[in-house]
Design a protein around this ligand. Structure first.
Ligand code: AMP
Ligand code: MG
Length: 420
């Protein structure tokens, strides 16, 4: 059976990222948050736009204030006051100074700012009480960024700092990657919607909602196709519909050994290439990964199909471990789409059968700057979704390691959306 890392490699190699031109859409500054930049941003503005003052003080000619001190101040005549946002009216001549405020444009002739604290004002004159460094407190035009050079690269997530840069550069229309479309369908005759009364033997389709939430949190657009009964024809129709509209299809259930043949048959009849049938992982062994390539001349990328196990915990663990990195890579991110592993100290004994890479769910806590892993209490059955609530990490026991003692280090897959 495939190892987890081998399966991960196969999946990531199958992903063809969205195209920065074909798959771009334009958004406004306010709606760009957490989107992925699709093309490089170049500004025609220099940063700073003008030589300006970094301090409240006096703009002077350096050579005028070479030698001054408390005892022997240099006295300069103030010819102008320059607040931020105002164009200077005078060129500074020898013996002159301009009162200048933070962010205001340097007047021509001046090359240095003396901070206010090192001056004394008397009417139209300023006493310079200490010699500044040459060019002190002047922010030079283009010293932060030169017009025409790359400002922001494609493939990065737009967060508050990038919004600041884009706003400052007057980029109000921003090309971002469209969100990948992810169809979600749940298979099972026993499933009902959360608002339907339960008949004996029935079960609420929780996977549909959990997967939609995970898809949305990953920046993609979930398309909920609902519950499909365990009938080959119904499943075939649902998958065919999903192929037509989606980049990725997530189905849950119906991939365990009993049902397996008919899922594979359906996928094959729809022209799929099947790449993975099972992975040596617990929970989540039955995992089908397939691709559907466009048969027409369109240059549509292959649709990626994940047949996830039906057990709620297995479905979520498979998503976190295999689907999420694939979705991130697809979405146009230039890097940082890989899973995030952290080293933690386990607060509890951790056990597995040692035969499959085992993921145990629980919480990551930062204690004095170090991660601690707290195993969720209660049953670690893959059918128990109740103690999955509050999960922020999955502790990993590699194949061959059946036990990690409390207090020992353990590798943990971080799964929470919030920044711990
Ligand atoms: P299956 O893989 O279809 O054999 O399902 C395995 C187990 O997961 C069964 O106990 C199902 O009832 C349960 N299950 C399957 N699909 C879902 C779903 N969408 N939501 C919650 N539980 C499910
Ligand atoms: Mg089923």
């Amino acid at each position: 059976m495939l190892s987890v890392s081998h399966a991960e490699k196969i999946i990531l190699d199958l992903v063809q990222p969205l195209d920065g031109q074909q798959d771009a859409e334009v958004v406004t500054l306010l709606t760009a948050i957490e989107r992925i930049l699709a093309s490089p941003v170049v500004s025609q503005l220099d940063f700073p736009h003008w030589d300006n003052s970094a301090m409240d003080g006096y703009a002077v000619r350096y050579e005028d204030v070479l030698h001054c001190s408390d005892e022997q101040p240099v006295v300069l005549e103030i010819v102008e006051e320059i607040p931020a946002g105002v164009k200077p009216q005078h060129s500074i001549q020898p013996g002159h100074a301009a009162r200048i405020l933070t962010g205001a444009v340097m007047p021509s002739g001046a090359d240095t700012v003396v901070m206010q604290e090192q001056t004394r004002r008397e009417g139209k004159h300023v006493f310079i009480l200490a010699s500044p460094e040459p060019q002190a407190f002047v922010r030079h035009r283009a010293s932060f960024y030169q017009a025409g050079t790359p400002l922001l690269p494609p493939g990065i997530i737009i967060n508050a700092p990038e919004i600041a840069v884009l706003a400052a550069a007057q980029c109000t229309q921003i090309a971002v990657y469209r969100r990948p479309r992810v169809a979600i369908l749940s298979t099972g005759d026993e499933l009902v919607k959360p608002d339907q009364p339960l008949q004996p033997g029935q079960l609420v389709d929780s996977n549909q909602y959990a997967l939609a939430a995970l898809v949305a949190q990953t920046g993609a657009e979930p398309e909920q196709l609902g519950i499909v009964p365990d009938q080959p024809e119904a499943l075939k129709q649902a998958i065919a519909k999903a192929i037509a509209t989606s980049d990725v299809i997530l189905s849950s259930g119906g991939v365990s050994v009993g049902d397996y043949d008919y899922v594979e048959q359906i996928l094959a009849s729809l022209g799929a290439d099947i790449h993975i049938r099972a992975v040596a992982v617990k929970p989540g062994k039955p995992l089908t990964v397939a691709t559907f390539s466009a048969s027409d001349a369109s240059n549509r990328k292959p649709v990626l199909y994940f047949g996830l196990p039906g057990n709620p915990v297995s479905a979520l663990v498979s998503f976190w471990r295999f689907v999420q990195p694939a979705l991130k890579k697809l979405s146009g991110l230039d890097n940082s789409w890989g899973p995030v592993f952290v080293q933690a100290r386990s607060r509890h004994d951790l056990r597995s059968d040692g035969k499959r890479e085992t993921y145990l769910w629980g919480c990551l806590h930062l204690v004095d700057g170090n991660y601690e892993f707290h195993l969720a209490s209660g049953s670690h059955s893959s059918g128990n979704l109740i103690n999955l609530a509050q999960t922020t990490g999955l502790a990993i026991l590699p194949v061959g390691q059946a036990f990690i003692r409390a207090g020992e280090p353990v590798q943990v897959l971080r799964v929470s959306a919030d920044k711990l």
